[in-house]
Design a protein around this ligand. Structure first.
Ligand code: NAP
Length: 285
């Protein structure tokens, strides 16, 4: 079975659209600020997708572009300006940032209330404690929203997550744990990756290398969520899984493109609306 992202995104968007209307009826226009440094192609492509999604849902977008050689002080000052801007409810900082900028300092500078892509320590703490405070990184959340949409109950499943980044691997492992899966996290130091993945019920691949998951890594009936986005020599997008070799073996798999990536901007838009609702509630008390 193909776990397509489009129906998942459509279901999320339908609810988001109604919430945007309710906010607007109360005089609040939810707004996302997208802060981009430089002209990185992957950033521009993600920005384009986010703008399109937000606009189609009636969410305002404020694009902020800084040159690639911007100083850290200038960038921090821009983040501070967006934190204070009462007309902006969520801020998406496109990363990775240029190497001369301290990523942790920028993450720390962002107001947790506007951290709609879950990059601050406060948001990540919420993911780990399950407190519901803060926002989960959108891509990690998209993985479990796909599982939820297709009615896949994770309780008791043996889940193997490939990758341990703060953006995907670590938060997705926590989300799966909260859903009562038994979670193993693999990385570059994992010995005998294929023996770990073969005995899984559910594999989440978030590595960033095409062909990481081959036929020898999978077993019949497994669920595969492929988060990887890799551009091949032919210019085509591929996931971490060798799709044509794996798809006939496993039970279900997300395509790339058209899987996790299709859901991410829907989750982002939903987070912006939640941030605007919280802002609205706060300003009424
Ligand atoms: P990252 O920070 O580079 O992390 C990659 C992780 O994979 C690391 O933990 C690394 O292990 C592990 N890894 C690398 N090679 C491995 C191997 N051969 N076997 C097992 N583990 C291996 O990447 P990321 O930011 O998490 O992104 C991962 C992928 O998701 C990328 O392709 C990215 O483009 C994609 N992505 C997709 C979306 C979407 O919406 N679909 C959004 C964001 C990112 P170590 O920790 O040991 O180095």
């Amino acid at each position: 079975m193909l776990l397509k992202g489009a129906p998942v995104a459509a279901a999320i968007n339908e609810k988001t659209r109604a919430r945007v209307e309710a906010l607007k009826a109360g005089g609040v226009l939810p707004v996302l600020a997208i802060l981009r440094v430089g002209e990185n192609e992957a950033d521009m492509s993600y920005e384009k997708g986010a703008v399109k999604r937000c606009s189609s849902l009636g969410i305002g977008v404020k694009n902020v572009l800084l040159p690639a050689d911007v100083s850290e002080a200038e960038l921090l000052s821009k983040v501070d300006e967006l934190n204070r801007d009462g007309a902006v409810h969520g801020v998406l900082i496109l990363r990775p940032l240029p190497r001369h900028i301290d990523d942790a300092r920028v993450r720390d500078a962002l107001s947790p209330a506007k951290d709609v892509d879950g990059i601050t320590e406060g948001s990540l703490a919420g993911v780990f404690t399950g407190s519901g405070r803060g926002f989960c990184p959108c891509t990690a959340e998209s993985c479990v929203r796909i599982l939820d949409h297709y009615g896949i109950d994770c309780a008791g499943l043996r889940a193997v997550v490939l990758g341990r980044s703060l953006v995907i691997g670590k938060p997705v492992s926590q989300l799966l744990l909260r859903k009562n899966a038994t979670v193993t996290v693999c990385h570059t130091r994992t010995r005998d990756l294929s023996s770990e993945t073969r005995r899984a019920d559910l594999i989440v691949a978030a590595v960033g290398r095409a062909g990481t998951l081959t036929a020898e890594h999978v077993s019949p009936g497994q669920i595969v969520i492929d988060v990887g986005v890799n551009v091949g020599a032919d210019g085509k997008l591929r996931g971490d899984a060798d799709f044509s070799a794996i798809e006939p073996i496993v039970g279900s798999i997300t395509p790339v493109p058209g899987g996790v990536g299709a859901v991410t901007t829907a989750v982002l838009a939903e987070h912006v609306v939640r941030a605007a609702e919280m802002f609205d509630n706060h300003s009424q008390t």
